[in-house]
Design a protein around this ligand. Structure first.
Ligand code: RB5
Length: 142
């Protein structure tokens, strides 16, 4: 299950991500927001982060205008490794090296086509399970 969240700046791109997930039969839960009315990104970052930490969802996708605020907020939750990615190389690397559990993007930074490629890469790349990467992730958490 993929947890989704955005503020008003990310709402339209989140709708495109939802279409992508539906077309690919990927289960998701949309934690809001639900319109383009102005709202506060930390609210949605925390809802998605908590869904992952509790085990309700395995991964999350967070979108705001830049992706910056929403990723900073998500990373305040223990156990969350939110990666702000605007290219597929980073999306692949953060799954392989950091076992990132949230992808953050900025809707005012990337176009829909690239954003969906980034989502596809993030969701379809496994963690390397390499001992050195496990060690480094453990150091983040301690
Ligand atoms: C909202 O205007 C904007 O500040 C927000 O979407 C995000 O870019 C914050 O980091």
């Amino acid at each position: 299950m993929v947890a989704l969240g955005s503020d008003h700046g990310g709402y339209a791109l989140k709708q495109e991500v939802i279409k992508y997930l539906q077309e690919n039969n990927i289960e998701y839960k949309d934690f809001g927001c639900y319109s383009e009315e102005s709202c506060d990104y930390p609210v949605y970052a925390k809802k998605v982060a908590n869904a992952i930490v509790s085990g309700e969802c395995e991964k999350g996708i967070l979108i705001c205008g830049t992706g910056i605020g929403i990723s900073i907020a998500a990373n305040k939750v223990k156990g969350i490794r939110a990666a702000l990615c605007h290219d597929t190389f980073s999306a692949q690397a953060t799954r392989e090296h950091n076992d990132a559990n949230i992808l953050a993007m900025g809707a005012r930074v990337v176009g829909t086509g690239l954003a969906l490629k980034i989502v596809d890469t993030f969701l379809n790349t496994a963690f390397s399970n390499d001992e050195r990467h496990i060690r480094r992730i453990e150091q983040i958490e301690s």
